[in-house]
Design a protein around this ligand. Structure first.
Ligand code: XIL
Length: 381
């Protein structure tokens, strides 16, 4: 039996994993999901129009899920002391109408966490993606009014808090609110209907409501590329500094850290953590994986990146260097949790993002759940 991953870091930070609801389903539910995805895929393919960067349809056809327990489930239970739902706690998974909430999948993950003695975090309350369509509509063919949307959002946050406040250690209150274009708040033209309808103070408001709803949880503002792009890092710094000055109850910056085999250098990660630490904020790493690819190339032979020993060793070395940096920042009292965005390479979202159908291998366990060199390196660090 291999060593246990989280135990090796227990004096520094918790080690978490995003758990896909799929691995907690039974065979019948999984088959049902597969059939739905197949039907959706056929429809999508039929309606596909060539677009810049993707002249031909590149998405891969959904495959049936393996039967019975997938390796991810045992690995999740054994190696991590913190879990987060990969999709099941997003608004579109839960909030189906003004009075319609479905907590089935969220409850299932909480049960799993309790059975395994794990902490659980919440991802996410406000995000421009994976929000239900109805919430931005007035029901008469127009946009929801500011008052209407505010009421719906507040109700959502309060309802989730009332149910889970004692079970959730930290909450991603606002996700991905910094624009990649100008590094200020993402606006309506940049796909945020929250900003479009509520205006710029929706972020502060969401945090005040979250504080009421989750009085004992840590409240996180979460984003990607903060460690990669200096301008975005500074944009987030300005935003949270202003929030602190206004008395907004944000206490943690979440670095998603969807990074790759080359970028960013470890020093940039370190600088980023220390920058937010200098404001007295905590930092957590919320969605880490190390992709094999450094580009977004849609035109790829399949599989393009050779899954060879040299790559696996390089990836192991990079995980190790970054986790050394995490240990240092934990000793400095800034870094609190490190969460990987998935468990096995088979299930990673990176197999379809940013290039659909381009298989990736960014995690610690391979397609079959076997430990990769990166895993062995980390348990010995
Ligand atoms: C991703 C999930 O992993 C996918 O299964 C889903 O199809 C799309 O969302 N940033 C986030 C996460 O905050 O919620 C995203 O998760 C990955 C990028």
């Amino acid at each position: 039996m291999s060593k246990i991953l989280y135990e090796n870091f227990k004096d520094y930070f918790r080690v978490g994993a995003a758990v896909s609801g799929i691995i907690l389903m039974n065979d019948a539910e999984r088959e049902d999901l597969f059939q739905k995805r197949k039907a959706w895929f056929e429809e999508f393919k039929k309606n596909f129009k060539p677009q810049p960067g993707m002249p031909e349809f590149k998405f891969t056809e959904p495959k049936p899920f393996p039967k019975r327990d997938m390796p991810d489930k045992k690995l999740a239970a054994r190696h991590f002391n913190l879990v987060v739902a990969e999709n099941e706690c997003k608004m579109s998974s839960i909030y189906h109408g003004p009075d319609q909430f479905d907590f089935t999948a969220a409850d299932r993950l909480l049960k799993f966490a309790r059975e395994n003695g794990q902490a659980m975090r919440w991802h996410t309350l406000v995000w421009h993606n994976q929000s239900p369509k109805w919430i931005f509509e007035d029901g008469k063919g127009g946009k929801a009014s500011k008052e209407q949307l505010e009421e719906r959002l507040k109700k959502y946050i309060m309802t989730v808090g009332a149910r889970y406040k004692d079970d959730i250690c930290s909450v991603d209150v606002v996700n991905e609110c910094i624009s990649d274009k100008n590094f200020i708040l993402r606006d309506g033209a940049d796909r945020s209907q929250w900003f479009d309808i509520l205006g710029p103070d929706y972020v502060d408001k969401a945090f005040f409501w979250a504080k009421e709803a989750f009085p004992n949880s840590s409240l996180v503002i979460n984003d990607y590329n903060l460690e990669m792009i200096e301008g975005k890092r500074q944009g987030m710094y300005k935003l949270v500094k202003g929030m602190l000055e206004r008395g907004v109850p944000v206490d943690t910056v979440g670095l998603q850290m969807h990074i790759n085999i080359q970028n960013p250098p470890v020093e940039e990660i370190e600088k980023t953590i220390e920058l937010y630490g200098s404001l007295g904020l905590n930092v957590i790493v919320t969605e880490m994986e190390i992709s094999a690819y450094t580009d977004k190339d849609f035109e790829h032979p399949d599989p393009r990146r050779e899954y060879d020993q040299a790559f696996l060793d390089q990836q192991a070395e990079r995980y190790a260097q970054i986790f050394e940096c995490f240990k240092k920042e934990a000793r400095a009292g800034i870094l609190k949790d490190v969460i990987l965005w998935g468990i096995t390479d088979r299930m990673t979202w990176k197999n379809n993002f940013p290039a659909p159908g381009r298989g990736d291998c960014p995690l610690l366990f391979d397609n079959d759940g076997k430990e990769k060199p990166a895993f062995y390196k980390l348990v010995e660090l």
